[in-house]
Design a protein around this ligand. Sequence first.
Ligand code: FES
Ligand SMILES: [Fe+2]
Length: 453
Amino acid sequence: MPRFTEPVVRAAAAAEQDLYTYVNRADSRSGLPELSLDELIAEINRCADLPLEEGEPLPAQAYTSQEFFDWEVENVFKPEWYCLAHVSQIPEIGDFLNLDVFGDPVIVTRDKSNEIQVLSRVCPHRGMDIMPPGFGHDGHGPAEPKQGKNGCGNTRLFLCPYHSWTFELDGQLKACPEMQLAKNFKRSDVSLTSFRSEVWNGFIFVNLDGKAPRTVAEQYETLGEHLQKWSLANMQVVVEREWDCPFNWKVLTENFMESYHHAGAHSKTLQPMMPARDTWNEEERPHYIRCHLPFKEALRNEILDTESKGGQWDVFPPVEGLEGEDRFEWGLFLGYPIFTFLVTPDAAVWYRIQPLGPNRLKLLTTVLAPKSTIERPNYPEMLEEMSKQAVDFHLEDMEVCCAVQRGMYAAGHQRGFLSHLEMSIWQIQRYLAARSRGTWPTCDRPAAPSQKR
Ligand code: FES
Ligand SMILES: [Fe+2]
């Protein structure tokens, strides 16, 4: 009896086919002037040179062109650090996650020495992806709690199903049948390809080309200082939702990082708490963006009042040790290029964005909580409420992101204008422009000042 049924195999094959059909259709745009790749990059540099007051959105082609997406993969994503997972998603030895990162199938795993490994899933024998998606292998999709612990899969060894070669958790080839006559073959010299990786504040990063000039810790040093109070390494991912998204990665990161849209998309949810007009960006930095979303005065008073009566205003209790403004605002971060992150007084939110093409990405939305919260007796009820909340406001963002991507293909599309509340969008442009010159924002032009009034 085969391990999977014919309908499962058909469905997996059709899903791949659908993807290519969609990409091809969407890539043939009509009615819009086509820029060459060089012209598009020159246009991004022109936008980046404008003062924020004169800022313009990028041309639609930056969100629709396969050629530009391929440029981004080679010049932005592969040379930089990409966040794959949080350590709490693979807490035990042998836990692993499967991900496809810019065309590379990878395993993120915890080996026998408790070290995190980021390995290629491509078998060194004849090149099979040893756990292809859609064929019932563990380790794909959001981590389901298994026997009381998180982790997409758990194993002692990795097995290539093709000719049964097996690999240790650190990728070393352990066994391979019928290879004794192969000349030039030495088992101990063979392993799954290992990618350069680093754990920073509990987050696991990979650098695909292995040539990033700085470690994550160096690159995000001051970012880490902002986040210290949340002790992210000791938090746990407690909510995970996976989304298949028909839009460009910049549509999502721009939406994540500007809060002007509280006034529209979140007019009933976030705007009453954190009005768009009060949000502001810190000064420009070479490797990340940081924005502040302060609570309304009336809300601050409500929180203080609730707490003075022994109550709890947020869904979770406040993160221990937080004080001052951190208790009364949300903080948004974009670690370039795509480490999207939010801290709140009671939790942290991390979005893993996997760009798959100019108009497609896979998104994992997560919420992280401190251990002290998880140990509370009423944690299950709090978690239920938090899971609901996290989805509710993401649904509002899904609508606008889908609809913005749709607009990018329209003959009636216009370039538009930026508000000062969209400083993050302008900063992302400056980041892309800098990468086109092989540098980073502020390294070869003055940093834009803080918007704090
Ligand atoms: S391709 Fe993996 S064992 Fe042959
Ligand atoms: Fe939003």
